[in-house]
Design a protein around this ligand. Structure first.
Ligand code: SF4
Ligand code: SF4
Length: 459
């Protein structure tokens, strides 16, 4: 590549992620942001004060420049933030006070919110913890995991004939029970209605390509108590690891964890067939663009907590989020397991009552909520392989051999070639091991029947 070509490509893609606290973050183009905000303030204050709930700030991934838009059909490689309600949750923030001009107010508001918006954009474009963009915890991890969880250094076999004895590791999790006479700050049904309304109405829940198919279906909500001993258990090396932070480390005074499972719509997987080498484009796009929407849900839950007089932290979009190799500081799947939403499968995806074709997000909050009762004890309770040594469908579906009968080989998915195949689109996720298998859209029937028969084998 010539120097000139390199200069052009460098100007097209902003990959430089600032270190935490760097004064000039490259993640957002500040002058364009200031201009948009000034325009917006001017417009809504022109004839009296009329805030416009349709207006969004659109950030382009190529140069991180911002434009002012009406909420509408999403465009590829852009992210959107509502000005009213999302960027400025407090009503009347954009009202122009007597004697001030729009630029002055925009500058003031931007100074207050710029870092926050930088963080959002960084996470929305990188789908996870952007390297370098990390604010360390102020204290070392509080370790409470059992010091010797596996004294003989051996895995606990499942005891099911035909299952590789090296497969199972953890002990059964206790069934969680609700407290009697417990008065939650908010009913779980209200949280479910709130997130469902967001999924159904928010324009960002759509593919930017083709007919703009919806990405996510109605969610499931589960609640875990922040004092559930499972969170300490997650720190054991055989579970997540000592880097997994406890709820109160993310948020002092934490009472509950709200975990959400969002299932992919049927449209996202309708073109997936068993014979294809690469994922369907709808699926690859859905995973990438759907991840941005997961952050919309996380941020909405932060606002929900605030509206109810509490606070919340979403670990996966918190600048302190990090990982130790493949071991994260917060695991959405483990949080969901604690919150009664489901269990793991042999493919290591999460199987909820709506199957494994979906994604998870969560927040830690000071709201006191009623924990969802866990109806399972085994970490692989909804997987047919663990149940009766049958199935193996996910092993057969995996083109790289990453799924084995003792679990998944970390990093092997990278060899699939999907990223190269979808390079021009900027996507890359392979989804073979969660599509067209018995646990894709439900708890496999044999297990479901056993659960509904209260543990008795179905006749
Ligand atoms: S495809 Fe079968 S073996 Fe694999 S996780 Fe699902 S139920 Fe378990
Ligand atoms: S994502 Fe693809 S490569 Fe990775 S385990 Fe699943 S099927 Fe295999």
């Amino acid at each position: 590549m010539s120097t000139q070509e390199a200069d052009v490509s460098a100007s097209l893609f902003v990959n430089e992620i600032p270190k935490w606290g760097e004064p000039s973050a490259h993640i957002l183009n500040r002058p364009s942001l200031l201009e948009c905000l000034s325009d917006y303030i001017r417009q809504v204050n022109l004839y009296g004060y009329r805030p416009d709930n349709r207006k969004v700030l659109a950030v382009r991934s190529s140069d991180r420049c911002v434009t002012l838009r009406n909420a509408g059909t999403p465009v590829r490689q852009e992210v959107y933030y509502f000005i009213e309600g999302e960027l400025f949750p407090e009503e009347g923030t954009t009202r122009l006070p007597e004697g001030r001009d729009a630029e002055q107010l925009a500058e003031k508001l931007l100074t207050e919110r710029y870092e926050q918006l930088s963080i959002w954009t960084a996470y929305d474009f990188t789908k996870g913890s952007p390297p370098g963009f990390r604010k360390p915890f102020d204290f070392p991890p509080v370790l409470k995991g059992s010091s010797d969880p596996n004294p003989e250094g051996k895995s606990r076999g499942s005891g099911v004939k035909g299952v590789n004895p090296l497969f199972f590791l953890p002990d059964p999790a206790p069934i969680s029970a609700g407290e009697s006479g417990f008065l939650p700050d908010v009913a779980t049904g209200e949280i479910l209605r709130y997130v469902t309304a967001l999924v159904v109405t928010d324009f960002r829940n759509a593919l930017p390509e083709g007919d703009n198919l919806p990405i996510w279906d109605a969610p499931l909500v589960g609640i875990a108590s922040a004092s559930d001993p499972l969170f300490e258990r997650f720190q054991d090396p055989e579970v997540v690891g000592p880097g997994h932070r406890l709820p109160h480390e993310w948020l002092p005074g934490a009472q509950s964890i709200i975990s959400i499972f969002l299932p992919f719509t049927k449209e996202i997987t309708r073109n997936y067939t068993k014979g294809q080498r690469y994922s369907a484009i709808e699926f690859s796009s859905g995973k990438w663009n759907g991840s941005k929407f997961l952050n919309v849900v996380r941020r909405a839950l932060l606002r929900f907590a605030e509206q109810h007089g509490a606070t919340a932290v979403a670990p996966n979009i918190d600048p302190r989020y990090d990982s130790d190799g493949w071991l994260p500081f917060w695991s959405e799947r483990h949080a969901a397991f604690a919150a009664g939403l489901g269990t793991f499968g042999l493919h290591q995806n999460f199987i909820s009552e709506k199957g494994c074709l979906g994604r998870l997000c969560s927040v830690v909050t000071t709201l006191k909520l009623l924990p969802t009762i866990r109806t399972y004890t085994d970490i692989y309770g909804y997987c047919l392989y663990a149940f009766d040594a049958s199935c193996h469908a996910c092993i057969r579906r995996c083109p790289t051999g990453a799924v084995t009968d003792v679990g998944k080989i970390p990093g092997r998915c990278e060899q699939h070639g999907n990223k190269e195949h979808f390079k021009g689109w900027g996507y890359g996720s392979c989804g073979h091991c969660s599509t067209l298998i018995p646990c894709s859209r439900e708890i496999p029937a044999r297990i479901r029947n056993t659960i509904t028969n209260n543990g008795e084998e179905p006749v």
